[in-house]
Every structure is written in structure tokens, then in C-alpha cells.
Design a protein around this ligand. Sequence first.
Ligand code: ADP
Ligand code: AMP
Length: 217
Amino acid sequence: MNLILMGLPGAGKGTQAEKIVVKYPIAHISTGDMFRAAMANGTELGKQAKSYMDQGQLVPDEVTEGLVKERLQEPDTESGYMLDGFPRTIAQAEALTDITAELNKPLDAVINIDVDPKILADRLSARYICKTCGATYNKLYHNPKVEGTCDRCGGHEFFQRDDDKPETVQNRLQVNIEMNTPLLDFYADRKLLYTVNGDQDIDAVFAEIEKILAAMA
Ligand code: ADP
Ligand code: AMP
């Protein structure tokens, strides 16, 4: 099963991806996570990405497309993949069509998590992440079952992403809102688009996604 998870920053892509991979053994590929890991490791890619990410801007298409092309050749994508945060531009979507054709790993579905942008800035400002495993939490909506202990790995250290701070959030949302509509049209035209209501609790969103995936499996 080869998927794209779409939705504005904060829509719940990472949160739902965590739940999807528990049920389906597919590779979760988050370009944002890959850039953050590269930055943390001080690699050349991380240095290139940093200046863009710090301002809430997109990393240039060539850089991002190269990263995804390499990642889709890893063995764990043989059972399927789920892209999260890519594509974000029409050029990236077109590149992905070529990459998946070349690798013979065509897309099966694009799942769009739809949320009113007005509530996303608040969600993003309240997001925090486990330092050890990357699991996502929210001060307002989704805290670990045991306070201060990650549900997934038992870790005790958490951080807030630099780009979730108020000065960057608005710019990121604006950049992404403008780019999202043409991408949704791109995949609707290709009959690949499924939209779920992301403005309900996390389990209810997952139930909608499960229905779509069950019908495909
Ligand atoms: P994305 O990967 O799309 O940027 P995340 O999955 O990181 O979004 O979710 C953004 C924030 O909102 C996180 O703090 C997450 O815990 C929270 N969140 C995710 N889904 C929901 C939901 N359905 N209702 C309320 N908060 C949510
Ligand atoms: P995310 O974790 O998906 O919110 O991404 C965080 C940041 O990483 C974005 O604001 C961009 O700077 C960069 N990024 C992630 N995915 C892409 C992409 N597909 N194209 C360009 N930049 C990206």
C-alpha cells in the first residue's frame, strides 16, 4: 500500500501516521523529520535545510526530491510507503509521479486530513515531541497516559520544534495554505484523493482513515 498523507502543518499527519504504521507495515517517510534529523546530525543536507526551515520556508524542490528518491529505494518501502509532508508543490508532485514510475511503486491513495486553518496555529503552539522516539503530543489535546513519560518508548525528555514558535507558525501556515489547493486538485484529477475530517478527536480521525484503507486492502 503506497500512500501520501496530506494536510496543513498541524492537521495531524504525524499523529495519524503513528497509528497507521501500527496496523500496516509500511515505511513512514516524513521529509520534515528527515530534515530535522539531518540538522541535528550537522550533515550537509541539514546545513542546506536549516536556513529555510528557520524561516518557515520550503526547502528547494531539487533538494527535497533527491532526498525522497533515495529514501524510496530503501528496502523497507517494499511493503509500501506513506509520505508525510511531501509533495508540497506541483513540481514535487510531478517529480514524485516520475520517481514512483521509475521505481515501479505507484501511488494507491492520497489521504487529505482537512482542518480549518484557524485552529491550526493553536494546535502547533501546543505541540511537543519525545526527544527519544519522535512521538507527537499536545498540551491541550493529547498528553501521555503517564505525565512526563512517553507512551511509545518510555522516554522522559520532550522538546518543542523551533518552527512551532509563534513567530514562525503564521508564516508556515500561510506558505502551506497557498500551496495546498493546487495539490489537492492535482490528485483529485487523478482520482487518488480521499478527504477525512481532521477536526474531531484523534481516534475518530483514525477510524475514518481505517475505513478508506480497509476498502483498498
Ligand atoms: P502534522 O504532522 O500534520 O504537522 P501533528 O500530527 O504533529 O501534525 O499534530 C499537530 C499537533 O496537534 C500535535 O500536537 C498533535 O498532538 C495535535 N493533534 C493531532 N491530531 C489532533 C486532533 N485530531 N485533535 C487535536 N489535536 C490533534
Ligand atoms: P513538517 O515537519 O512537515 O512541518 O516540515 C518542517 C519544515 O521542513 C517545513 O516548514 C519546510 O521548511 C521543510 N520541509 C518539509 N517537507 C518539505 C517539502 N516537501 N518541501 C520543502 N520543504 C519541506
